[in-house]
Design a protein around this ligand. Sequence first.
Ligand code: MEV
Length: 294
Amino acid sequence: MASARGKVIFFGEHAVVYGHPALAGAISRQVAITVAESTEGEGVRLDIPCWEVRAAAGDGSAVGGALAAMTAAAGITAPVHLLGEADLPAAVGLGSSAALSVAVARALLPDAGGAAIEDVAMAGERAFHDNPSGIDVVMAARGGLGLFRRGAGLAAVDAPPVRLCIALSGESRQTAKMVAAVRARREAMPQKIDGELLTLGELAAAGAKACARGDVAAVGEMMDRAHAGLCAIGVSTDTLDALVTLARDAGALGAKLTGGGGGGAVIALAPGREDAVLGAWREAGFSAFACEAG
Ligand code: MEV
């Protein structure tokens, strides 16, 4: 069985697409893939019942496109039937497509080294997303807590895992659409959006230092500022804002949307107040859980 973990972005989503740093941590939720029996002529197939995924390479679906790209990059020509299971929710900004791509790459190439796995997984991630920065694939493949910059790669941050509360907004969304929306806003208002992206990247660099010195109050305060910046570039929603407010009112040190936005997940840092935050979200009808990132 091959597996890979999801991730949360603490700071720097969207900014990272434009070369700014982002701080991310792998979470203890994952996708696992096994290679099942395959018969001649059936091509490359992938079933993940819990995500309602039933795809074949090149079948016109997003997963089928990623499968075709990955099998081509891995040089696989024989029929393969892959079976997946996951405790990571899909398409909520927690890195499910990258975790899937890395787990599939590991299943297709069990003897390959880390660089080859990331190359094959990036072929899948490019098929899923519009201009991916690569942060999700690197986190899924390497784990830990790290500061990522496009081109420079991942610098590990020496800090213990951070316990977070995570809520799911329940809104359907796609990272590719949100990346395209930010690009369109940047073209329309280059100065404003570039200024916000710069600040979001600066928060990532400062957040890495705050995590390394264990300054949770500073990390929480920066999360609030990052959420404001993400609102300013237009990737939050009323529901995500409401989840952030619920968390802060329940005593979180900070809260923000994580990942591409437009729906998906909110993270809250709430040491000693986790039950209160999770309870507030659940009482309002949202699904929520606590986990470690890093
Ligand atoms: C998605 O997890 C993070 C984004 O910055 C897109 C990317 O980095 O490719 C929104």
